[in-house]
Design a protein around this ligand. Structure first.
Ligand SMILES: *[C@@H]1O[C@H](CO)[C@@H](O)[C@H](O)[C@H]1NC(C)=O
Ligand SMILES: *[C@@H]1O[C@H](CO)[C@@H](O)[C@H](O)[C@H]1NC(C)=O
Length: 329
């Protein structure tokens, strides 16, 4: 589709009715690859509760948030709250650590030390021109984990963050990590199933009018185009505000990083307990090509699927997701 047409579709999106929202050709066309959303899941495996690991001596950063400076001079912002076993949260694109509000509060209140960083070029981290790729993201995460000297940590990731932690485990190992969770995540290799023109459409939208594309992204992200789903203007605003803190270069490049990086070998290297959680009505990273495959590639991993839940289920169904995360951790 032409950029002009894309813009015409996106303009008017903001005030349109929910069921008319988010029908740019590049995504409508992709539904033929996705197939219809499935009301029931092929696999539902509830995680069995395991005894919580005991960790002592974990002390959060004084002041609750700070930055580290990576080897290439990039400042990475992070929050570090509470005491106990550390949980490190890795956010989706083009969001920030604030997307974890519902989890940070919950787990911080349940005896965990909760840490969430803003990826380079996102949120409050600095905005370098380069380094918006999975190797660098995982190196940045490694620098943070080393700096904080975390041990027995749990990695919890959403969407693009799932790529970041998967590459981290493949590239830096799991000596400091006890367990990991991939929620609505991009591995193993998105572009193998969602073709490049879809990502070209996102990139064109970001260059043309990224504020509008962020607003329109919220509709499929939270399932607001589905019947019976009540949209929240507050959730939409929270999403857009996070996006607008980030840099256009980072957001442009990250579309390539999240779609084209192949995580197959990283996944195969994972030997620690892994939980894969996925909403069956995910319209951003559809189930059949992502979580299900990640689950199959990691021996002994657990898969939990959620009929009707959208990509942004950590926000829309935080109570369910938090309870299942707690049971796994
Ligand atoms: C890092 O943590 C380990 C285990 O908790 C501890 O033995 C070690 O002294 C710590 N290192 C530093 C530099 O604080
Ligand atoms: C949604 O609404 C349809 C009717 O429009 C109804 O049949 C269906 O049961 C509803 N689903 C839920 C989850 O409420």
């Amino acid at each position: 589709m032409t950029l002009v047409k894309l813009l015409l579709v996106l303009t008017g999106v903001v005030s349109a009715q929910a069921d008319q929202i988010w029908r740019p050709d590049f995504l409508s066309a992709s539904t033929q690859f996705y197939g219809p959303s499935s009301p029931t899941g092929p696999v539902i495996v509830r995680p069995t509760s395991t005894a919580a690991s005991v960790t002592t001596g974990t002390q959060s950063t004084p002041g609750g948030s700070s930055t580290i400076t990576t080897k290439d001079g990039t400042k990475i912002f992070y929050k570090d709250w509470g005491t106990g076993q550390p949980i490190v949260f890795s956010h989706g694109a083009p969001l920030s650590a604030d997307d974890w509000d519902a989890q940070m509060f919950f787990f911080g209140s349940h005896g965990f030390r909760v840490i969430a960083h803003d990826r380079r070029g996102h949120g409050r981290s600095s905005q370098p021109w380069d380094g918006h790729n999975m190797d660098q993201y995982s190196d940045d995460l490694s620098e943070l984990i080393e700096y904080l000297n975390l041990t027995n940590a749990v990695l919890v990731a959403h969407s693009t963050g799932g790529g970041e932690i998967t590459r981290y485990m493949g590239r830096h190992g799991t000596s400091r990590i006890a367990k990991a969770v991939l929620i609505s995540s991009v591995p193993p290799h998105l572009i193998a199933n969602i073709p490049k023109p879809v990502w070209d459409g996102f990139r064109a939208g970001i260059l043309a009018d990224r504020s509008t594309i962020y607003r329109s992204m919220t509709i499929p992200f939270y399932g607001y185009n589905r019947p019976n789903v009540t949209s929240s203007q507050g959730v939409i605003d929270h999403f857009v505000i996070q996006c607008q803190q980030g840099s256009i270069k980072a957001h442009y490049d990250t579309m390539t990083a999240l779609s084209e990086t192949d995580f197959t070998d990283d996944l195969k290297s994972i030997k620690i307990p892994l939980l894969v959680m996925h909403g069956l009505d995910d319209q951003i990273v559809p189930f059949p090509f992502a979580r299900q495959l990640s689950h199959q590639l990691v021996k002994g991993s657990q898969l939990v699927t959620y009929p009707g839940f959208p990509h942004g289920m950590c926000t829309t169904h935080a109570d369910v997701i938090n309870a299942d995360l707690l049971a796994f951790i």
